[in-house]
Design a protein around this ligand. Structure first.
Ligand SMILES: NC(=O)c1ccc[n+]([C@@H]2O[C@H](COP(=O)([O-])OP(=O)(O)OC[C@H]3O[C@@H](n4cnc5c(N)ncnc54)[C@H](O)[C@@H]3O)[C@@H](O)[C@H]2O)c1
Length: 240
């Protein structure tokens, strides 16, 4: 377990799945949290679970594609906690679809959430991190962005952008004490009923906690010499 005592972390998509597991891992390590999600009910449930670890938790119901809302959440977090040391850009959507049957409205919504949402939060939080000479940004990519998946063409594009954003931003801010890394999950069972044996040499889907573990490492002080990297958490992927 990593020690996040005295740290404040802002996390998007905290309501369920991988985001919920990250939220609980950060809370267990002692981080104060600003949890964001578009789903208020799920957000409140994660918030209550996290608060049970005795940390301060603020929940903000927002759409990460709403730039003013994201900027307001970051400003409120800084006003309340003084600093934000950790940002986890986890919120994302991944509807499988035939590219030729998808529309530009579909692509735009996905770009707004998966790419621009990540950029808005990073852009809003970075001045505070740079001012303090310390920060950890962890973006959630995907094997789709790494390899390209045929039923996730537009999704693959957005996650490829997140991976490239990670590499480029790291070069800009690492000299000032802010590391930027990306975790690209493979098949993670967020519903508890996905038993995908064929996609990995491990022979099963991963759990949200197994994915969160790598995110927590990258968010910790222990990852001080790691920046600009993409970590695949895919159980050694079998099919592309
Ligand atoms: N589960 C997997 O197998 C897998 C694989 C590769 C990548 N990922 C990525 O991991 C991240 C988390 O995925 P998950 O599987 O936990 O998903 P999930 O659908 O279980 O949870 C996503 C959470 O994000 C929230 N969210 C969605 N759109 C939002 C928006 N516009 N603004 C704010 N919150 C929003 C949802 O309400 C939900 O609580 C995503 O970026 C996803 O692309 C997941």
């Amino acid at each position: 377990m990593f020690d996040f005592t005295g740290k404040t972390a802002l996390l998007t998509g905290a309501g369920r799945g991988i985001g919920r597991a990250i939220a609980l891992g950060l809370a267990k390590g002692g981080a104060n949290l600003i949890l964001c999600d578009i789903n208020e009910e799920a957000l409140k449930a994660t918030g209550a679970e996290a608060a049970a670890y005795g940390v301060r938790v603020k929940t903000v119901c927002l759409d990460v594609a709403d730039e003013p809302a994201v900027r307001a959440a970051v400003a409120a977090a800084i006003a309340e906690f003084g600093r934000v040391q950790i940002l986890i850009n986890n919120a994302g959507i991944y509807p499988p679809r035939n590219f030729l049957e998808s529309t530009s409205a579909d692509w735009k919504r996905m770009i707004d959430i998966n790419i621009l949402g990540t950029m808005y939060a990073s852009h809003a939080v970075l001045p505070n991190m740079l001012e303090n000479g310390y920060g950890r940004i962890v973006n959630i990519g995907s094997v789709a962005g790494h390899y390209g998946l045929s039923w996730f063409v537009d999704y693959s594009m957005t996650k490829g952008a997140v991976i490239a954003f990670t590499r480029a931003l790291a070069k800009a801010v690492t000299p000032k004490g802010v590391t930027v890394n990306c975790v690209s999950p493979g098949s993670i069972d967020v519903t508890g009923d996905e038993h995908m044996t064929e996609f990995s040499f491990v022979g099963r889907s991963g759990t949200p906690e197994e994915c969160a573990n790598v995110v927590l490492f990258l968010a910790s002080d222990e990852a001080s010499y790691v920046s600009g990297q993409e970590y695949l958490v895919d159980g050694c992927r079998r099919l592309m």
